[in-house]
Design a protein around this ligand. Structure first.
Ligand SMILES: [Zn+2]
Length: 194
């Protein structure tokens, strides 16, 4: 099967996107083109960030700095005649608050990360369904080597879906997601053209 490119109106340089990315494809695509045509990534937990933990880490850092400044000042002034044991006790004392804040920050971080992971697991089914739809749309896409554009032939996504215009590769990943949303609910998933 071949598909007519909507830009050059020819089909001799058209190739299904999955075939264009195959290791045996000739000529091989350059890396930037491969990256733009790459299949949609599977669901990932995403980046985890705990504002509470970061706040405690910051407070710990602030208290540690003030504590160390205080110790330095005390070494010079108040505690010049103090015993070594007293100096150590004083030094440790100044680190108790930052240490406590750091520990609270670590606990908050672990709790938040577990909640984040649990939410991902709970939503995985839905995320996976979306990803499968993106995959089906991606598999239906074509690439014109001459024009370096992607496109969807007439009715390849759904019988009532017209052919797409030429899609610049920078817009291709977003196009896949948008087309999957528009085709949401199609009874028969599009099959990769061969
Ligand atoms: Zn073309």
């Amino acid at each position: 099967m071949s598909a007519t490119c909507p830009q050059c109106s020819a089909s001799d340089q058209s190739v299904a996107v999955p075939h264009a990315l195959a290791p045996t494809a000739e000529p091989p695509l350059d890396e930037p083109t491969r990256a733009l045509l790459a299949p949609p990534p599977p669901p990932q937990p995403g980046r985890h960030r705990s504002v509470v933990a970061i706040t405690f880490y910051s407070l710990s850092g602030v208290f540690a700095v003030f504590g160390l400044l205080s110790v330095t000042k005390s070494f010079r002034e108040d505690l010049e005649g103090a015993e070594t044991a007293e100096l150590i006790a004083y030094f440790v004392g100044t680190l108790i608050v930052p240490g406590f804040l750091l520990a609270v920050g670590l606990i908050a971080h672990v709790v938040s990360r577990r909640r984040h992971e649990r939410r991902f697991v709970e939503n995985y089914g839905l995320l996976h369904t979306h990803w499968q739809r993106h995959q089906h749309v991606w598999q239906a896409a074509w690439f014109c080597r001459r024009c370096r554009v992607a496109f969807f032939p007439d009715a390849v996504l759904r019988p009532d879906f017209p052919a797409s215009p030429p899609i610049r590769l920078e817009q291709f990943p977003l196009w896949v997601v948008t087309a999957a949303d528009r085709a949401h609910g199609f009874p028969n998933a599009p099959v990769a053209p061969s």
